[in-house]
Design a protein around this ligand. Structure first.
Ligand code: UD1
Ligand code: CA
Length: 452
């Protein structure tokens, strides 16, 4: 049986106090909408429909980046969750099978939970709702049960005191046959305390049609919705602690897990070691056995087996470190391939470059890649030795096994095996330093005497 996703994301999220639509706020460098799509991916959705409203254009863009196959439909007025789901009707025209409704601001629904809901559907329930028992039921909709069967969902605003005393609450996630869901929605009205079309009303309507409804439950943490910046921070923390636990389980050494920050797509190989206070931006792969030393910041890069990065290194997008390469303290590498066993150990900037296997880049080397308008490439050959504090003015090539003298400014290509000196020749004047200092000292003494 196929399943499609309907993801509600039209709300503004007033409590975020933001100019951005809520679902574009990020956890681990991915917008909430991407997390919601990923949460639903476990059902291998036949179709994905995102219902957008506030900031629809930006939401559509983020949706397209996360799942190009997803359709975005517009709910221009937010008339309620039921009305929102109805906007997906034409996008799901002709689709058979189930529809699962998720919220764009609820990022942590687990695959196990969605499959439990599918099971409950297969057991004969026409509609299955995901419920939970929150520490504080607050203003959640309440699930009215008769034994194992769900009779109705009553919204807090519309609930009697007795109904408000119910502790089993509605997460908002709901699953039903798509055609049946739309048929049930046809009977939903906005005759309630909020004047909204409640999705939750489909339960009572289904029961009135003699259909059975069921509930699957999950932990509160899983249905955590984001309504405020505080919620967002708490969700980030929850994501991070889960990512750390997963890394440890996968055989990664984290010496101080609570200080390491992951992105949604960080990929760490087995036996990688991550020292304290390492931050992963998006798009990082660290292969097995590599070491990321303390206080390093990595994004959009690839670190191969046996490579060592940091402490205090920065790898920016396009940094590609081959096996056993080393990038040491206070080095920045951007859009550069660093060859096998090559070393960039101290205080260097290597950008828009190719560094050959076994090359040694001396301390303080800079690839001068930018002329104010264009970026230019630097090529450093295999086993080349770049003297400390060499300025490589790109575009430029230093050949295999070539050598640049310390302090050189290299503006022209250096052929394989050549030594390039690009600095003023040193001259030494014997005794001149002492003579000069003596003169200055005497001048100062004279001045002090005068002041007395
Ligand atoms: C909803 C449920 C409530 C449940 C709670 C869980 C209804 C009527 N109530 O209440 O039972 O306990 O979620 O968090 O369904 N949205 C739209 N268009 C709309 C209205 C909402 O896209 O017209 C989206 C929002 O952006 C949000 C989600 O649907 O992502 C839920 O809407 P929200 O207003 O937060 O619903 P609650 O009142 O919290
Ligand atoms: Ca809500």
């Amino acid at each position: 049986m196929t399943t499609s996703l309907i993801i509600l994301a039209a709300g503004q999220g007033t409590r975020m106090q933001s100019d951005q639509p809520k679902v574009l706020h990020q956890i681990a460098h991915a917008p909430l909408i991407a997390h919601a799509i990923r949460a639903g991916a476990s059902v291998a959705p036949e179709r994905i429909v995102v219902v957008a409203g506030h900031g629809a254009e930006a939401v559509a863009k983020a949706t397209n980046e996360a799942a190009p196959e997803a359709q975005v439909v517009l709910q221009s007025e937010q008339l309620g969750t039921g009305h929102a789901v109805q906007q997906a009707r034409s996008a799901l025209e002709g689709v058979t099978g189930d529809a699962i409704v998720l919220y764009g601001d609820t990022p942590f629904i687990r695959p196990e939970t969605l499959s439990a809901m599918a099971k409950a559907r297969a057991s004969g329930h026409a509609v299955v709702v995901l419920g939970f028992e929150p520490v504080d039921p607050a203003r959640y909709g309440r699930l009215k049960m008769s034994g194992d069967s769900l009779d109705a969902i009553v919204e807090f605003k519309d609930a009697t005191d007795k109904e408000r005393a119910i502790t089993l609450c509605n997460s908002g996630v709901i699953c039903a046959d798509a055609a049946e869901l739309f048929s049930l929605l046809d009977d939903v009205t906005n005759d309630n305390a909020s004047g909204e079309y409640y999705l939750t009303d489909v339960i009572a309507i289904a029961r009135a049609r003699g259909l059975s409804c069921g509930v699957v439950t999950c932990d509160e943490a899983e249905t955590m919705g984001i309504n405020s910046r505080a919620d967002l921070a708490a969700a980030e923390a929850a994501f991070q602690s889960r990512a750390r636990a997963e890394a440890l389980t996968a055989g990664v050494t984290l010496t101080a897990p609570e200080t390491v920050y992951f992105a949604h797509d960080t990929h760490l190989g087995r036996d990688a070691t991550i020292e304290p206070h390492v931050i992963f931006g998006p798009g990082v792969t660290v292969e097995t056995g590599a070491t990321i030393r303390a206080f390093s910041h990595l994004e959009g890069c690839h670190v191969s087996t046996g490579a060592i990065v940091g402490p205090y290194a920065r790898l920016r997008p396009g940094a590609e470190l081959a096996n056993n390469a080393k990038v040491g303290n206070f080095c920045e590498v951007k859009n550069a391939e660093v060859g096998e066993g090559a070393k960039i150990n101290h205080l260097s900037y290597i950008g828009d470059a190719t560094v050959g296997d076994g090359a040694n880049i001396g301390a303080g080397t800079v690839t001068c890649n930018y002329d104010g308008y264009f970026k230019h490439h630097t090529e450093i050959g295999a086993r080349a030795f770049i003297g400390s504090s060499t300025m490589l003015v790109a575009p430029v090539r230093v050949g295999d096994e070539a050598l640049t003298a310390s302090g050189s400014v290299i503006t022209r290509d250096v052929e394989d095996g050549a030594l390039a000196l690009g600095r003023a020749r040193q001259t030494t004047k014997p005794g001149l330093a002492r003579k000069l200092m003596g003169k200055l000292k005497a001048a100062k003494m004279a001045k002090m005497k005068e002041a007395k």
